[in-house]
Design a protein around this ligand. Structure first.
Ligand SMILES: [Fe+2]
Length: 353
C-alpha cells in the first residue's frame, strides 16, 4: 500500500508519531514565528472521503502532515476539553454554526487573524473575532409538491405560518440544530416576540408531528402527506443524483424554492473550522485554514456534499447549479448560537416537538 499522509490515529499513537516523525517539534520554533511546524492535528466532525484527499494535497504542497480524528461534534468538543492542555488538537471542524458556538462556549477555540481568511470568507460567514471561519454554505430551502403548490404561492418562511398552509407543512423536530439555527437567525432579525408568533403559526400548520430527518420530510411531500417542507438544499440534490427509481419519483414530484428572495434572503448555515485553544501547531493550523478556503479546496467541497463554496468563482455542482442563484441572508451566522438558549425555551413554549 502506498504512503498515506492522512491517518486516523488514537491519542496514544499521535504522541508516538509526534516524537518519532516530527523533527521540528524537538527544535520547536516559538509559536509566534512564521516557521510552519511539520504537522497539524485535526479533530473533524465532517465525514467525507474527499476530505482525506484534500488533506493529503495540503501535505504535498506544504510538507505539513495532517493527522485526523473523526467523531461526533459534541464528543470531540468534550474530548478536547477533557484533554485540556495536553490535547494534541490544533484544528476543530464541524457542521452548523450552532455547533461552532458550542465549541466557542466550551472555550476550546482561540481567535486567529489572517488577511487571507478575512479576504476570502464573507464577513457574515465567520466569527467576528476570528474564533472560526465558514468553509461551506448550505441553504435551508422549501421543497414543495409540484401537483399541489404553485411556486407563486410561496414567498417567505414567515408566510408558512399563515392560515392558507394549515395542515400542509412538514419539518423535522426542534431538537435538531438546523431548525434551532433557523430560529436563532429569526430572533436576531425580528426579535423573540415576532419569532414566537411565527413559530406558533408554523406549528399550528404542521401536517403531522415532526418525524425523521430532512430526507423524510421530502419523502412526505412527495407522498402527499404535506405540501411544503423546510429542509437543507443538499438533501434534495442528493436524491436528485440517485439512480434509485423511488428517489427519481420523489424528485419528479417535488421542487426547490428559495424563500425570502424579495427581502433579507434565504437562511444559510455553514460547516466551519477553528484553531483550538493552546494549539501546539498554531502556524500550521492557520496555514491549513487558509488552504481550506483556497480555490482548490473550495472546489472539492463544492463537488462533494452538494454544498455552496464560501469563496467566489468556483464551479458549483451541476445539479445544485440548476436550482439557480439565490440571495442569502447576511445576518452573521454567529448569532445562531448566541440566540440558541432563547430558541430552546421558545420551541418548548410553542409546542414544536
Ligand atoms: Fe445535514
Amino acid at each position: 500500500m502506498s504512503f498515506k499522509p492522512v491517518v486516523l490515529w488514537t491519542a496514544l499513537m499521535s504522541l508516538a508519531i509526534a516524537s518519532c516523525n516530527n523533527q521540528s517539534q524537538e527544535t520547536a520554533a516559538p509559536a509566534d514565528t512564521a516557521t510552519p511546524e511539520a504537522a497539524v492535528n485535526v479533530y473533524s466532525a465532517r465525514h467525507y472521503a474527499v476530505d482525506d484527499d484534500l488533506f493529503a494535497s495540503f501535505t504535498e504542497q506544504t510538507g505539513i502532515q495532517v493527522n485526523v480524528i473523526e467523531g461526533k461534534s459534541d464528543e470531540l468538543i468534550e474530548r478536547i476539553k477533557a484533554e485540556g492542555d495536553a490535547s494534541p488538537a490544533d484544528v476543530f471542524i464541524t457542521v452548523d454554526a450552532g455547533r461552532l458556538w458550542r465549541a466557542e462556549e466550551a472555550g476550546i477555540l482561540q481567535a486567529v487573524s489572517s488577511p487571507v481568511l478575512d479576504e476570502k470568507v464573507p464577513a457574515s460567514l465567520r466569527h467576528p473575532d476570528g474564533l472560526w471561519y465558514g468553509l461551506t454554505k448550505r441553504a435551508r430551502v422549501l421543497v414543495y409538491n409540484t401537483d399541489t403548490v404553485a411556486p407563486a404561492e410561496l414567498s417567505t418562511y414567515e408566510a408558512l405560518a399563515e392560515p392558507a398552509w394549515n395542515g400542509r407543512i412538514c419539518v423535522r423536530s426542534s431538537g435538531n440544530i438546523y431548525n434551532q439555527s433557523l430560529l436563532g437567525s429569526f430572533i436576531e432579525t425580528v426579535g423573540v416576540e415576532a419569532t414566537e408568533t411565527w413559530a406558533t403559526g408554523l406549528v399550528n400548520n404542521f401536517a403531522r408531528d415532526p418525524d425523521g430527518g430532512d430526507v423524510n420530510q421530502i419523502q412526505a411531500v412527495a407522498a402527499g402527506q404535506c405540501d411544503v417542507a423546510i429542509v437543507n438544499h443538499y438533501y434534495w440534490a442528493r436524491l436528485a443524483k440517485s439512480d434509485d427509481p423511488e428517489n427519481q419519483e420523489i424528485i419528479a414530484q417535488t421542487a426547490v424554492f428559495f424563500p425570502n428572495q424579495a427581502d433579507r434572503g434565504t437562511h444559510v448555515n455553514i460547516s466551519g473550522v477553528g484553531v483550538v485553544t493552546g494549539a501546539e501547531n498554531r502556524e500550521s493550523a492557520i496555514a491549513f485554514l487558509e488552504f481550506l478556503v483556497s480555490p482548490e479546496a473550495q472546489q472539492v467541497f463544492a463537488n462533494s456534499n452538494n454544498e455552496y463554496p464560501v469563496i467566489e468563482d468556483i464551479d458549483i455542482d451541476p445539479v445544485v447549479a440548476e436550482l439557480g442563484e439565490f440571495k442569502f441572508d447576511e445576518v452573521n451566522v454567529s448569532a445562531y448560537g448566541r440566540n440558541n438558549p432563547e430558541v430552546v425555551k421558545l420551541v418548548d413554549r410553542v409546542g414544536w416537538k
